[in-house]
Design a protein around this ligand. Structure first.
Ligand code: MN
Length: 227
């Protein structure tokens, strides 16, 4: 059998210190996982179970740019630590969840907030706000074998040299093991899945020409220019 047309290239992230790349299967993103961010978006963080949405694997971009997208005039940054899975399964206990994590990357969950806001108001899906081209700038992956598993430490974003997001990984409402346990009760997780683990407070709109520097203690920084 042959394909009718060439299949798209396999989405993948580079890995620091390796000639291999990390083939990406799915991208899951948790919503409102830092209390102060949930509050700035108008929600009560204390009463909500976690919820997830997805981006498309081919939304990843790793060349240090973020091409400003079409159809929006209010594109927000959301700096997040991202967990990369080397294996998966269903109903994974939280105590075993980190066994499935290959490593971590620093990522931006870029969001067309105006389109997401309309979708929320009308009870529509979020894809137009979240899952658009180039909406997931990321660094290469650092393996947990090299950097360990990260559950505390600074996470911050500077835009044009000014600190705009500033928090600590230990402020996540749902820890990474809890996110994996919960997600694996809804979906069969697989090797190659990425999980965006939520953004702290301080989200706001970027403009063309902005330089965003994202930092997570223990990981190389993400530097992205809006073009
Ligand atoms: Mn997010």
């Amino acid at each position: 059998m042959t394909y009718l047309f060439d299949p798209p290239p396999q989405a993948a992230l580079p890995i620091y210190g390796s000639d291999s790349t990390f083939p990406v299967h799915r991208i899951y993103c948790v919503g409102r996982n830092y209390a102060a961010h949930a509050r700035e978006m108008g929600h009560d963080p204390d009463r909500e179970p976690p919820f997830f949405f997805q981006k498309n694997p081919d939304n990843l971009i790793t060349d240090g740019t973020f091409p400003y997208p079409m159809a929006s005039e209010d594109v927000h940054w959301e700096l997040e630590m991202v967990a990369a899975l080397k294996s998966g399964g269903t109903n994974i206990p939280a105590e075993e969840a980190l066994d499935h994590v290959y490593g971590y990357t620093v990522g931006l969950d870029m969001t067309r907030r105006d389109l997401q806001g309309t979708a929320k108001q009308m009870g529509r899906p979020w894809e137009v706000g979240k899952a658009f081209e180039n909406s997931a700038p990321c660094t290469p992956i650092s393996s947990a074998a090299q950097v360990g598993h990260l559950d505390s430490g600074a996470i911050w974003l500077e835009v044009n040299g000014e600190r705009r997001q500033d928090s600590d990984l230990d402020k996540m409402i749902w820890s990474i093991p809890e996110q994996i346990a919960y997600l694996s009760g809804l979906f069969e997780l697989r090797a190659g899945d990425l999980i965006f683990t939520g953004t702290p407070e301080g989200v706001s709109a970027c403009r063309r020409g902005d330089v965003m520097v994202g930092h997570v203690d223990g990981l190389p920084e993400l530097v992205v220019k809006v073009i």
